[in-house]
Design a protein around this ligand. Structure first.
Ligand SMILES: N[C@@H](CCC(=O)N[C@@H](CS)C(=O)NCC(=O)O)C(=O)O
Length: 201
């Protein structure tokens, strides 16, 4: 049994739940909810970066971050399930990088709200991050062709990024992006582990 340290609010943790479902290994994972902000949370002694998701393998070694864990899950499933080989590999990894970047920029905006209240809050910094998100969403819509076919890490990251924007930013990306909305709806319908890992506070 592998142990996944994650949370219901973590979009990166959701990537692992979705990927495990697509690799057919969900039943080999038990999930422990972590709170990285809590100084007493064990995550800090398991992952030096104190971040979710972290996956502890059978030998007790920890894996992070989410692209590494997904690659490892793919290997456990025989390879080529969610990390494509050949011509599809780098387009998939590039899409994953954009999805992850949207999540990073979104989380930085959440952190700005949480840690810099009142006058310490930087509108310029939050806007800088928000613009990354907006450009990332446009990039995803322009690259829908690479988001077709069998689901891979690019699909997973894109869906988790858009799902996080729905959860924390009231779906602000939706107006003006009907094709991407349709894509997300189709992904949700096709991938049970995405539906089952929906965020909750
Ligand atoms: N690049 C990392 C990002 C992970 C990340 O930012 N996780 C957030 C939760 S969604 C976290 O643990 N933040 C706590 C912290 O940075 O202290 C990945 O792909 O796994």
């Amino acid at each position: 049994m592998w142990t996944l340290y994650s949370s219901k609010t973590s979009p990166f943790g959701r990537k692992i739940a979705v990927g495990a479902g697509l690799c057919g290994v969900s039943d080999r994972i038990r999930t422990i909810v972590s709170i990285p902000r809590d100084p007493d949370d064990p995550i800090r002694s398991i992952n030096p970066l104190g971040k979710l998701p972290t996956l502890v393998m059978d030998d007790g070694e920890a894996l992070f971050d989410s692209p590494v864990i997904l690659e490892w899950l793919d290997a456990q499933a025989g390879g080529g399930r969610i990390v494509p080989n050949g011509n599809r590999r780098f387009p998939a990894l590039r899409l994953q990088a954009v999805g992850d970047g949207i999540m990073d920029a979104s989380i930085l905006q959440m952190s700005e709200r949480r840690y810099h209240e009142g006058e310490a809050y930087s509108v310029a910094w939050a806007d800088h991050q928000r613009e990354k998100v907006i450009r990332g969403v446009v990039f995803l819509e322009r690259n829908l062709q690479a988001l077709s076919g069998e689901p891979h890490v690019g699909h997973i990251a894109a869906a988790c990024a858009l799902g996080y924007l729905d959860f924390r930013f009231d779906g602000f990306w939706r107006p003006g992006h009907p094709a991407l909305e349709d894509w997300l709806e189709a992904f949700e319908a096709a991938v049970p582990s995405f539906r089952e890992s929906a965020h909750s506070a």
